[in-house]
Write a protein that binds this ligand. Structure first.
Ligand code: MF3
Ligand code: CO
Ligand code: CO
Length: 278
């Protein structure tokens, strides 16, 4: 089945195509690309302050990736995307385009970085709080990160994609939030968005079975209000229909013999890079 934009969840899928299993040489490259994407988020953190524009953040990330890392910012010109990073502010769900508007006190923003290094992709995003933010905003961001971590903790050979989606959905809904359905995680490697699609909702015991050597992202989009989205006239920016806040966190993962390796882990995180279920 042909997908136009592979990260846009297709509705009526036929049979799932097999995931691509990476060789150990490819996995080495995925580790480097993942590390670099993570390093960009760490680098940009001190600059995410009241008054900076998302274009300035875009420029800093672009220059760091190209000049310091010898990498390529994957979003730039990807299906016509005009910038090097995605910046999704407040009620923007994903794919926000950097612009000249300064950040203001109380904003929440997702910065999504994808680096190509030596032909392989590392894809990761996190939420930043700008100045003092509301309790709701902080809680939404925290629950969205917990959704990501709950998903990651279920990754191991033999686990099913529906187990992961169901657990993520359950955690969001238990906290009276909703999960976006139209966008999903994805297989990743030499191709930015490859099979399979990783839905952040679903039914336990259904879906593809995970295999050692497979790489994919988990990137739940959690809405404070209803799950429904719409795309703005720029054909990229996805917003919540009810204009309530949305939060997203993303990691690139490798399925290992014993569980999972988080390829885009940052030093600030409390979760382990290697999760061993044996
Ligand atoms: N990084 C996004 C993802 O997690 C995709 C952005 S594609 C772009 O899959 F074209 F909008 F940059
Ligand atoms: Co992604
Ligand atoms: Co991403």
């Amino acid at each position: 089945m042909v997908l136009t934009l592979t990260f846009k969840a297709t509705k009526h899928r036929e049979k799932q195509m097999a995931a691509i299993i990476k060789t150990s040489e490819e996995i080495d490259k995925m580790r480097i690309a993942g590390q670099q994407a993570a390093d960009v988020l760490t680098m940009i953190e001190p600059f995410v302050q009241v008054g900076i524009t998302t274009n300035e953040l875009n420029q800093r990330c672009h220059d760091f990736i190209v000049n310091e890392q010898g990498g390529i910012p994957a979003p730039l010109n990807y299906h016509g995307f005009p910038k090097s990073i995605c910046t999704s502010l407040n009620y923007v769900v994903c794919h926000g385009i950097p612009n000249d508007k300064p950040l203001k006190e109380g904003d929440i923003i997702n910065i999504d970085i994808t680096v190509i290094k030596d032909g392989y992709h590392g894809d990761t995003s996190k939420m930043f709080m700008v100045g003092k933010t509301s309790i709701l905003a902080k809680r939404l961001s925290m629950i969205a990160q917990e959704c990501l971590y709950i998903g990651i903790n279920l990754v191991k050979p033999g686990a099913r994609l529906g187990d992961i989606g169901a657990a993520i959905q359950k955690h969001a809904e238990k906290n009276s939030y909703s999960i976006v359905r139209e966008y999903c995680g994805h297989g990743i490697g030499a191709v930015f968005h490859e099979e399979p699609q990783i839905l952040h909702y679903g039914k336990k015991g259904t879906g593809d079975t995970l295999k050692v050597g497979q790489c994919f992202t988990i990137e739940p989009m959690v809405n404070a209000g209803k799950r429904n989205c719409k795309v703005l006239k720029d054909e990229w920016t996805v917003i919540t229909k009810d204009k309530k806040l949305s939060a997203q966190w993303e990691h690139t993962l490798l399925v290992t013999e014993a569980g999972v390796e988080i390829l885009t882990l940052r030093p600030e995180e409390t979760i382990e890079r290697l999760i061993n279920h044996d």
